[in-house]
Design a protein around this ligand. Structure first.
Ligand SMILES: *Cc1c(COP(=O)(O)O)cnc(C)c1O
Length: 367
């Protein structure tokens, strides 16, 4: 079986260093808000190119804290609107509604699967306070046009960088392109912990401090509470693991790109659409999404041939039960992507034999 993602093999690649790092934390007797966290925040800031990193419990919390902090700072208030791509993972939307802000769903571009920047200006209103771009599948969603719109209309530019650590736009990493960014280190992400973990990056000192306080019970001084916060901290063991894995992230991305390049150059089956890439720096291939009209049949065929694939995502946010009020919205491009998308296995531990096999099997497929 070619697994969609072999996490055991990924962890095994760094086993010695990870064991050493985890043992160091265990033996230190210090498990939260310590040296590992501090070191990770410094390392990650350096990597992304921002002044501040604030570690937190997971990627969803990172997103939630960004909006909450803007509300606490008086920059946003409940009822304000946030522009967001309609075809994102639901976490991006949950963070907006959790803060009683209003998501304005914008269709993606069918070539890039990223928010269609020609459809943004038309939905900006008096209440619009931010654009939340999502670097979906590991591809940069930022465009000059989005940057210009944010300046012109005085909107915050927020990045959901959960899928795109290490991605580069014009010499600038994603996570440093806007005002603030959320990162997830869920185990399956390109930079993954051995459990849940997340972070916020920004150059805004006050925002960073507010988020750090919110994620620590709303307290920056022991037993003094400024906000009704929550417990959402990055623990020392996860920070230690991330310190190890961050060193190898660029190497891992290089391998992902080699596999993606092989897929793009060699998948010739006319039923299958591979991603169109014009800048190889600006895609880190967290996923390798293909599109196919007969997607479910293809997935079944691949599984018969012992190839695991996953759909990202089968149901768009506006069709979910939790957002029943949007179920009748018409978002045809989003729906098309959700109906046709299939992610092929891609990871830094796949071998040549595996991805050559996948290409052969796909090319042999006939309806
Ligand atoms: C994974 C992911 C998140 C949430 O991260 P968690 O760490 O799982 O909470 C948010 N946005 C996107 C686009 C993601 O892929």
């Amino acid at each position: 079986m070619v697994k969609f993602l072999d996490l055991q093999k990924i962890t095994a690649k760094y086993a010695n260093e990870v064991h050493e790092a985890v043992s160091r934390v265990i033996n230190s007797g210090w498990y939260l808000q310590g040296e590992e966290n501090k070191r990770f925040e410094e390392n990650y800031s350096k990597y992304v190119g921002t002044k501040y990193t604030v570690g937190c419990a997971n990627g969803l919390d990172a997103l939630i804290w960004i909006f909450r902090a803007y509300i606490e700072l008086g920059i946003m208030k409940p009822g304000d609107e946030v522009i967001v791509p309609a075809n994102t993972y639901i976490a991006s939307i949950l963070a907006i509604t959790e803060n009683r802000l209003k998501p304005i769903l914008v269709e993606p571009n069918i070539q890039t699967y990223q928010i269609d920047d020609t459809k943004i200006e038309g939905v900006i209103t008096e209440r619009t306070k931010a654009i939340l771009i999502v670097h979906l599948y590991g591809q940069c969603a930022y465009t000059e046009k989005i940057g210009t719109l944010c300046k012109q209309y005085n909107l915050k530019l927020i990045e959901d960088n959960a899928q795109a650590h290490g991605c580069i736009f014009n010499n600038c990493k994603t996570g440093a392109l806007g005002d603030v960014a959320a990162h997830s280190f869920y185990p399956g992400k390109n930079l993954g912990a051995l459990g849940d973990a997340g972070a916020v990056t920004t150059n805004d000192e006050l925002l960073a401090k507010t988020i750090r306080t919110l994620a620590n019970y709303g307290s920056s001084k022991k037993y003094v509470f400024q906000y009704t916060g929550r417990n959402s901290r990055l623990d020392e063991i996860q920070a230690a693991v991330l310190n190890v894995k961050l060193k190898y992230l660029d190497e891992d991305i290089k391998i992902r790109k080699q596999i993606a390049k092989y897929y793009i150059e060699n998948i010739t089956n006319q039923q299958v659409i591979t991603p169109s890439i014009n800048d190889w720096d600006s895609h880190v291939f967290h996923l390798f999404p293909i599109r196919c009209k007969q997607r479910d049949k293809l997935q079944e065929y691949l599984l018969e041939n012992r190839i695991q694939t996953i759909i990202h995502y089968p149901i768009p946010p506006h069709k979910q039960e939790c957002y029943i009020e949007w179920n009748d919205l018409s978002l045809p491009i989003t729906e098309q992507i959700h109906n046709e998308e299939l992610s092929l296995p891609i990871s830094p531990v796949m071998n040549e034999e595996e991805y050559h096999y996948i290409v052969n099997i796909i090319n042999e497929w006939k309806l």
